[in-house]
Design a protein around this ligand. Structure first.
Ligand code: AMP
Ligand code: ZN
Length: 114
């Protein structure tokens, strides 16, 4: 997807502040952090929204979650706790249409979310 911001990060056209990378996922710091640590975990394969997941690509979500738990350990807040969020479409607050897992940590999270 040539016009996708997160695909451009995957290809290196835009250089993110990378914290983790493997063959399937890339993780980088959010440009507008909502917590002391706010990382986005994205699949290297373009999938626009959660609604576009199917049997052929669902394994990517497991890889994203495993990356998030590794980053939480790396950042030092795995035991204290953290939050993971995936927003879908307008009502969910999705603004970049390449699926991503928000990993938020380093402060106490509140519920319900806004
Ligand atoms: P969402 O609103 O769930 O689609 O999340 C998109 C996230 O991407 C937001 O938290 C933005 O702050 C973040 N974002 C947008 N542009 C960039 C960028 N160039 N580098 C890092 N994060 C970005
Ligand atoms: Zn993309």
């Amino acid at each position: 997807m040539t016009d996708c911001l997160f695909c451009k990060m995957v290809t290196g056209e835009i250089t993110p502040d990378t914290v983790y990378e493997d063959e399937d996922v890339l993780a980088f710091r959010d440009i507008n952090p909502q917590a002391p640590t706010h990382v986005l975990v994205v699949p290297k394969q373009h999938v626009a929204t959660l609604n576009d997941l199917d049997k052929s690509n669902i394994h990517l979500v497991g890889k994203m979650m495993l990356a998030a738990t590794a980053i939480a350990e790396q950042e030092g807040f795995a035991e204290q706790g953290y939050r993971t969020v995936m927003n879908c479409n307008a009502d969910g607050g999705q603004t970049v249409f390449h699926i991503h897992l928000h990993l938020l940590g380093g402060r106490i999270m509140h519920w319900p979310p806004g």
